[in-house]
Design a protein around this ligand. Structure first.
Ligand code: BGC
Length: 765
């Protein structure tokens, strides 16, 4: 069998799925690739500075500290040059004050780099990343991250620790909320969009910030879904599943990458030479700087890898981790001694320093170190930002169920509406995690959104009914303590108040799910059930026979089967952000038609995990759905799934040519028609399956998608081009990327179980 082995130089483009493609409007992998080249002049300027730096100043440049507490306590370190970067400062006055010490009072006047977790907005909050992934709309994500960047830069922030590109197939892992979901192809498309949104068209573009894709790599596969625990994946899973979003981000020009906390196959990511140097720099061609995760260098001691902090610092730096992010003090301060004692080659330290100085130079910080504080508020409160957040929230909504077409609701049909549930009127749970700068008064909760939508003539009441509480506290409670637990008496009174409010309404919207800190970092769960007493509340409310529909706010798939036994319609809102309540109300009352699709397979129960659509074909494939005797082994909702208020149909799938030579592109088209009475969006999704070859390949793999808006009765042809980038895979026997001559099945449809298919043959040379 004659096959094609791909050269190492083609690897980065192929991993990223960014080979040239005929139809850029349709295939998101065809995005413009930014220049990776570092301007020569920036390198020369960095080298001139390095020549003047002491070893201690060099160690300082590779040390970044969390700025918690009094800014004055950080001034001495900035002045002496022992701190080169800070994080967690958002007040432009404080940023300017510390920058002034760096620029005017330190020996070499090297400006500080300020980083921050700008994850889904700074003050204007967009849907959480999993929600934006559900939009299947990379341009919407790009617009959102451009707004986030503008607000951050106007506050003096230069760099974000985002996007999180960790593919995960384990919804027990709380950080699923921060990422693109389970699929590498969708993840890669979102990665490109996020990097472009944050950075603009180059590092240093005005009004933009450096993007820092994280956590490199495979953090989303922690054992048991337990945050920070070790990861064991094969090279095949590494290259085919986990790497593509990072490859895409590097190709899009990301200026920074964050190394992950955990060990990958026993080697900690923060000191993993293979990962940070062989893969990231040599195979993917990354030329920005790598930062550790918080305390990731010092952790190497706790991980049983490094002897002490000095050992940790030297080994992490040598492996390719340039900058240490740390609380209190940096282990990297020991690097000066490591060079003096001959343990570390100064060239290794210089290389890391050079990468950080180049970033500062590219960001223009030597010319413009300060932020214009007089502009900040106008940027952060810009009405256009709120409008962008509203549109993004609308596009992230996924209609999970809608029995009998109960949704949309007629706005004039109800006089008394009750919006009930623990997240119905909660600002924090409308916004989600990683939100520290947003304003409560700018946030539209779901209850408030319904109230505004229905106007004064309709009475809208709200009550939480039950309280959501974690079993153990969240680390983020250090920023904002959790509300005190209700007493039993209070819990009874609140429950009764909610049930009474529901009973006296003629429509009930239950808003359920998880509190903002029930997903995110340090927020793993063993169960996917609605937490707490929420189902008891639903049962009490629905017992009255009132019409009830449900909205979910959550960051992970939840088992909604028990809820579906009681309510006919469920709208998935994720944590929809500043304008979330407006978006949800507009969807409930039919002003917008939900068009989002699940970026993750929705399990029936946690016992099915890991469950994902792109599993391999296996023995007894016909019985794939009955692998367990106590529950079907099929998902509750498949990957790519989402309903609409209108009906779409896919017909006429065809391939340009039934047989192509190895490496030649294949065009696949189908007709998409809106057969319903409303305008709406459908996400046309293309999946492939390679029938045989040098490895068993997944039953289906997403290889193209396009979100399309169609008027009632309107038809459109969708067109995808499959190139080497889509047909290749990393082969464990060859230990390389390969393209096999084979028959490929191809499907186009509205989810990963789409039935409409055809096939084509790739013929060997
Ligand atoms: C998280 C990172 C985050 C960093 C800085 C860490 O605990 O894992 O994702 O960027 O803190 O806040």
């Amino acid at each position: 069998m004659k096959t094609l082995l791909l050269t190492a130089t083609a690897v980065a483009a192929l991993v990223a799925g960014a080979m040239p493609c005929a139809s850029s409007a349709i295939d998101p992998s065809a995005a413009t690739v930014q220049s990776q080249a570092i301007p020569e002049q920036a390198t020369r300027r960095a080298d001139a500075l390095i020549a003047r730096m002491t070893l201690d100043e060099k160690a300082g440049q590779v040390s970044q500290l969390f700025m918690f507490g009094d800014p004055a306590t950080f001034e001495a370190g900035v002045r002496s040059g022992s701190t080169g970067a800070l994080l967690f400062v958002t007040d432009p006055a404080v940023i300017n004050r510390l920058q002034k010490v760096a620029v005017e009072e330190s020996r070499l006047g090297i400006p500080l780099l300020f980083g921050y977790d700008v994850i889904h907005g700074l003050r204007t909050i967009f849907p959480v990343p999993i929600g934006m992934a559900a939009s299947w709309d990379p341009p919407a994500l790009e617009r959102g991250q451009a707004v986030a960047a503008a607000e951050a830069r106007a506050s003096g922030i230069h760099w974000t620790f985002a996007p999180m590109l960790d593919i995960t197939r384990d919804p027990r892992w709380g950080r699923i909320v921060e990422g693109p979901g389970e699929d590498p192809y969708l993840g890669a498309a979102l990665a490109r969009a996020a990097v472009r949104g944050f950075q603009g068209d180059h590092v240093g573009a005005p009004g933009h910030i450096i993007a820092g894709p994280k956590h490199f790599a495979v953090y989303g596969a922690s054992e048991g879904g337990r945050d920070y625990d070790g990861v064991f994946v094969s090279d095949s899973q590494f290259y085919n599943t986990y790497l593509p979003p990072f490859a895409a981000a590097v190709e899009a020009g990301a200026g920074n990458i964050m190394s992950a906390y955990m060990e990958l196959n026993d080697i900690p990511a923060a000191a993993n030479d293979w990962l940070l140097t062989d893969v990231l720099r040599r195979q993917l061609g990354f030329n920005g700087f790598v930062v550790s995760d918080a305390n990731g260098v010092k952790n190497l001691v706790a991980q049983g890898f490094a002897v002490d902090e000095a050992d940790a610092a030297a080994r992490s730096l040598s492996a390719g981790n340039d900058l240490e992010m740390a609380f209190g003090s940096a282990a990297n301060a020991t690097l000066a001694d490591a060079v003096r004692s001959g343990r570390l080659d100064v060239a290794v330290l210089d290389e890391a320093v050079r990468r950080i100085l180049v970033a500062k130079i590219r960001m223009g910080l030597f010319e413009t170190p300060y932020v214009d504080e007089s502009r900040t508020e106008a940027v952060l409160s810009a009405p256009a930002h709120k409008q962008a957040a509203l549109e993004a929230a609308e596009r992230s909504l996924v209609l999970l169920t809608n029995e009998g077409g109960v949704l949309p609701l007629a706005p004039g049909a109800h006089r008394r509406v009750a919006v009930i549930g623990p997240t119905a009127d909660s600002v924090d749970d409308t916004l989600g995690s990683w939100v520290f700068v947003a304003k409560a008064e700018e946030t539209v909760t779901i209850a408030e959104g319904v109230r505004r939508r229905l106007g004064d003539t309709v009475q809208v009441t709200t009550a939480p009914g039950v309280q959501l509480r974690r079993g153990t506290p969240s680390m983020f409670e250090m920023f904002k303590p959790a509300a005190p637990a209700w007493s039993e008496e209070q819990a009874r009174a609140e429950f009764d108040r909610a049930v009474t409010a529901a009973a006296s309404a003629d429509l009930v919207v239950v808003v359920l799910g998880e509190g903002a800190l029930m997903s995110g970092e340090g927020a793993s769960r063993v169960s996917l059930d609605l937490p707490g007493e929420q189902m008891r509340l639903v049962e009490a409310i629905t017992a009255s026979g009132k019409p009830v529909v449900a909205v979910l706010t959550n960051g992970r798939p939840l088992n909604t089967a028990p809820l579906s036994a009681h309510v006919p319609a469920i709208l998935e809102a994720w944590y929809p952000g500043t304008q979330g309540g407006t978006a949800v109300a507009r969807a409930l009352f039919g002003d917008v038609n939900p068009g989002g699709k699940l970026p993750v397979t929705w399990p029936r129960s946690a016992g099915q995990i890991p469950i994902y659509y792109s599993h391999n074909t296996t023995k007894d494939a016909a019985n794939q759905g009955t692998r367990y005797w106590d529950e079907p082994s099929t998902p509750l909702f498949p990957f790519g799934y989402g309903l609409s208020y209108t009906e779409f149909a896919f017909t006429d799938i065809s391939v340009g040519r039934a047989a192509v030579a190895l490496g030649e592109p294949v065009t696949v088209t189908a007709t998409l028609t809106n057969n319903g009475a409303r305008a709406g969006d459908e996400v046309a999704q293309l999946y492939i399956h390679q029938r045989n070859g040098r490895a068993a390949r997944p039953v289906r793999e997403l290889k193209g998608f396009e979100r399309v808006t169609l008027q009632p009765g309107e038809s459109r042809q969708v067109r995808f081009v499959l190139t080497e980038a889509e047909l290749r895979y990393w082969n464990a026997a060859e230990r390389d990327w390969v393209l096999d001559p084979a028959v490929f099945d191809v499907w186009i449809g509205g989810d990963s179980q789409a039935p409409l298919s055809t096939s084509f043959t790739v013929v060997g040379r």
